[in-house]
Every structure is written in structure tokens, then in C-alpha cells.
Design a protein around this ligand. Structure first.
Ligand code: NMX
Ligand code: MLT
Length: 441
């Protein structure tokens, strides 16, 4: 057993006992009430899941095992000469629950390097799709093709003992994370760079190598990738991609199947696809206004036009957050440090001035502030990655860190198959008249 697995097992054994005792003593306590409106409106605010890796506060934003993004930027190990955290360190923190040492982080980088081989049939599966296919379609197809490599699926077929499930899940999660940068870069180079692929560099960290295989050698782009991969990794358990991965995994579908399902959710425009929508929306605004630097007044008019057409303003709003997303702020800080004069980035900042008062004035939008997707694309465009349809793939590579560490925990804590109760409107009407009961278990 490797060091990381051993450490995880020690932590998980302890937690499993703790959770068992907690449930024995407090299992019947009421944790919240559910209103009928919540049942119809996306289960918003219902506590119904456990996810150990991160916790979202509506006012303050995300904390990973208790650490905010600025704290991670300060406390996690960096690449040599760099100042952004290495996402390998965040993975360690989410999995083990403690801050890693430099050595722990280098260990994970080298383990992922060792496990990063992608079999040829995965590339063939991607190549079978037309070049016009969306990068997220190629990404999910690549992940599904990789499922042939699942240790968990093999061990389950052989008849593995329940108490050992977590172990092949751990191996699959590590393999999958290690292989994703290669798959992502393959898709980018296939679709946009005439299939001129770049071989991995075994000396680089996980994000540095991703940047390299994408074809971006600029050190500051590598730093951006380290920051990007860190801040997109997790957003507690209820978001669509994390929840889907967890749900599908609860049927004991292996990590490849579960992650592919989560990525299909990430590909929706109200979730991860919003990062492409933001840049598309700004490009369309610039084209319509015939200027690269629209004024605040012009932006305000364009926002009102978007709303009047019954569309959402991409990158704004959130199901849980009620303040500016700290992931937006972290990217704004990166922008100020590295590329403050970039016109697109300045437009993103002007949009930040213009949009919230307009959304607020509508009276129905619970959060008028920007989320993570409002900023990410503009930074990528600055370095030359203008192909915005690709952006959600980068989000997906990062999200693997959170949802895979959570999936390992799910199996270590022996969480059961997920199966909430649903109702029909007819039953609700009968219940309201006192003619029927709504019962769970
Ligand atoms: N532009 C226009 N209308 C909005 C926006 C927005 N940015 N945000 C919310 N609304 C509308 C929403 O469509 C709903 O309208 P209606 O009552 O007519 O159905 C109303 O405001 C109330 O919605 P909320 O309760 O404030 O938001 P909800 O929790 O349902 O949805 C989002 C959250 C994130 C889906 C929503 O704010 C949105 O569509 N934002 C734009 C897309 C986006 O940026 N998504 C990325 C989220 C982050 N991520 O990476 O996943
Ligand atoms: C996320 O990062 O998953 C998004 O902000 C969506 C969410 O938390 O609901």
C-alpha cells in the first residue's frame, strides 16, 4: 500500500467509527424542515448530503477542509519560483484532511506522472467523433472509453468484499486524475491545433504539464493553471457535477462512470458551461457595439437587452452564494498582478460594476454578484486560448480533484445507494386536503 493510501486508511477508519457512533447517539435528531416550495424548486436549502471535502458559506464562499482560498494561496506548497498553490496539495488536503508538506505534494505529482498513461483506444474513441463535436462531448467520450481500465469494476466482478470497496475506488480515482490532463490536451490540440499533439513532460507538476501539453509554455500561464485547477476543484456536495458523481457512484458505478455522469452535468449552461457563455456573450457584445472597449453605459444597455430577450446574464447569480464569489476575486487579483491592461479583462471588471445593480433592481434574483465563471475565460483569452468552447473541459479536469476525493470518502464511509422520495402533484393536492399522507421511509 502506498503512503497516501495508508494515511487515508488510517483517517477513514477513525472517521467511520466516529460517524457510526454519531449516528447511534444522534441519528434521530431533526436537521431541518422541508417546505413544499423547496420540493418544487430544486431542493434549495435542504440538507441532504454529506461531503467531507469542502463547505460553502453563502456570505463568505468556499472553504476546503476549513481553509479559504486566500489561506490556501498562503499555506499550500508552490511550484519552484511560483506563487500560486499546487492543486496536488489541495487534493491531499481534501483527501486526508490535513495540510500537506512539500514532500507530500511532490509525491502526489510523481504518482500522477507514473499513472498518467492513456491507452490508445481512448484517443481512437475521441477521434471517432466529428471535429465539430463540442469539447465536452469529446471529454465525456474519452472518460467513458477509459472505463475499460477500472480496477473497481474488475474487482467487483471477481467478488470483492464490501469493506474493501474504497481501495480500488482510490486507485481508479488516482488513475483518472492522472490521465485527465492528457485527455484534455488531446482534445484541445485535435480540435484547434490540427492534431499536432505535444508529449507530456515528466518533470512538470500536474498543472504545469497540462499547460505544456496544451501548448502554452509561458510561466505565468502555468501559474494561472495552478490557480485555476485549485479554485475550481470543489464547491461542497450539492452542486450538479459533485452531486451527480456522488449519486451515480452510490449505485457502485465505478469512478469513470460516475465522473463522466458528473461531467455531463458540468456541461450545462447554468453550471460549468457558463464559463464559455460569458466570453461568448462579451464577444457578441463587442461585435454588436463595434468596440473592444464598451463603456459602462453601453454594457448596462446590453445587459438590459439580454434580460429583455429572456436570457440569463452568464457568470452572475448562484444557488447558494449571496456575495461576490471568492473564486472571482482570486482571479481578479491574478488579473491585477499579471495582466491589468488587458482590454477584455477590463471589460470583465466593468461588467462587474454594471451588472449587480441591474439584477438587484429586478427584485427576484437572489444573488446579483459574479460567480467563478464570470472571470475565468478572459484570463485564458489573454494568453491566447481564445477557443471558448474548450473552457468547461478545464473546469472538469479541476473538478475531478474534489469529486474523486469525495467518492473515495463515500465508499470508505460505506454510504448507501442514494434514493430520495419523490411525489406527484396529485398526491400533494390530496395531502393538502388531508386525504393522503406523504411518507418517506
Ligand atoms: N441573469 C438573469 N436572470 C437570473 C440570473 C442571471 N444571471 N440569475 C438568476 N436569474 C433568475 C432566474 O432565472 C430565476 O428566474 P425565474 O424566476 O423567471 O425562473 C430568478 O432569477 C430566481 O433565480 P435564483 O433563485 O436567484 O437563482 P437559482 O438558484 O435558481 O439559479 C443560477 C442559480 C446560477 C443557475 C442562476 O443564477 C443563473 O442562471 N446564472 C447564470 C448562469 C451562470 O452563471 N451559471 C454558473 C453558476 C456557477 N457554476 O459554475 O456552476
Ligand atoms: C460550482 O462550482 O459547482 C458552482 O459554483 C455551482 C454550485 O456550487 O452550485
Amino acid at each position: 500500500m502506498g503512503i497516501l493510501k495508508e494515511r487515508f486508511k488510517a483517517k477513514a477508519d477513525e472517521s467511520a467509527v466516529e460517524v457510526k457512533n454519531l449516528l447511534k447517539e444522534h441519528g434521530s435528531k431533526t436537521i431541518g424542515e422541508v417546505q413544499l416550495s423547496q420540493v418544487y424548486q430544486g431542493m434549495r436549502g435542504i440538507t441532504g448530503l454529506v461531503s467531507e471535502t469542502s463547505l460553502l458559506d453563502a456570505q463568505e464562499g468556499i472553504r476546503f477542509r476549513g481553509y479559504s482560498i486566500p489561506e490556501l494561496q498562503q499555506k499550500l506548497p508552490k511550484a519552484k519560483g511560483g506563487s500560486e498553490p499546487l492543486p496536488e496539495g489541495l487534493f491531499y488536503l481534501m483527501l486526508i484532511g490535513e495540510l500537506p508538506t512539500e514532500e507530500d505534494v511532490h509525491h502526489i505529482s510523481s504518482v500522477w506522472q507514473r499513472r498518467s498513461h492513456v491507452p490508445n483506444h481512448v484517443f481512437a474513441a475521441i477521434d471517432a467523433l466529428p471535429i465539430t463535436a463540442h469539447p465536452m462531448t469529446m471529454f465525456v467520450s474519452g472518460i467513458m472509453a477509459l472505463q475499460t481500465e477500472s480496477n473497481f469494476a474488475k474487482r467487483y466482478a471477481e467478488g470483492i468484499n464490501k469493506k474493501d470497496y474504497w481501495e480500488p475506488i482510490f486507485d481508479d480515482a488516482m488513475d483518472l486524475i492522472a490521465r485527465l490532463p492528457r485527455i484534455a490536451a488531446y482534445i484541445y490540440r485535435r480540435k484547434y491545433k490540427n492534431s499536432q499533439h505535444i508529449q507530456p513532460n515528466g518533470l512538470l507538476d500536474w498543472s504545469g504539464n497540462l499547460a505544456h501539453m496544451l501548448g502554452f509554455e509561458n510561466e505565468s500561464f502555468k501559474e494561472l493553471m495552478r490557480l485555476y485547477m485549485t479554485i475550481h476543484a470543489d464547491h461542497e456536495g450539492g452542486n450538479v457535477s459533485a452531486h451527480t458523481t456522488h449519486l451515480v457512484g452510490s449505485a457502485l458505478s465505478d469512478p469513470y462512470l460516475s465522473f463522466a455522469a458528473g461531467m455531463n452535468g458540468l456541461a450545462g449552461p447554468l453550471h460549468g458551461l457558463a464559463n464559455q457563455e460569458v466570453v461568448k456573450w462579451i464577444f457578441e457584445m463587442r461585435e454588436e457595439l463595434k468596440t473592444e472597449t464598451p463603456s459602462k453605459e453601453q454594457i448596462e444597455e446590453y445587459v438590459k437587452k439580454t434580460l429583455s430577450e429572456g436570457k440569463v446574464v452568464p457568470g452572475y447569480g448562484h444557488a447558494v452564494l449571496r456575495k461576490t464569489d471568492p473564486r472571482f476575486t482570486a482571479q481578479m487579483d491574478f488579473g491585477k498582478k499579471h495582466l491589468a491592461d488587458d482590454p477584455l479583462v477590463q471589460t470583465v471588471w466593468n461588467v462587474y460594476d454594471a451588472v449587480p445593480p441591474i439584477l438587484q433592481s429586478l427584485g427576484k434574483i437572489k444573488n446579483p454578484w459574479p460567480n467563478v465563471d464570470a472571470h475565468s475565460g478572459a484570463l485564458l483569452v489573454h494568453y491566447g486560448m481564445v477557443e471558448y468552447e474548450f473552457y468547461t473541459v478545464l473546469f472538469g479536469v479541476s473538478r475531478a480533484l474534489g469529486v474523486m476525493s469525495s467518492l473515495i470518502w463515500d465508499r470508505a464511509l460505506a454510504l448507501p445507494i442514494e434514493r430520495p422520495k419523490s411525489v406527484t402533484t396529485d398526491l400533494v393536492k390530496q395531502w393538502l386536503k388531508g386525504e393522503a399522507e406523504i411518507w418517506g421511509e
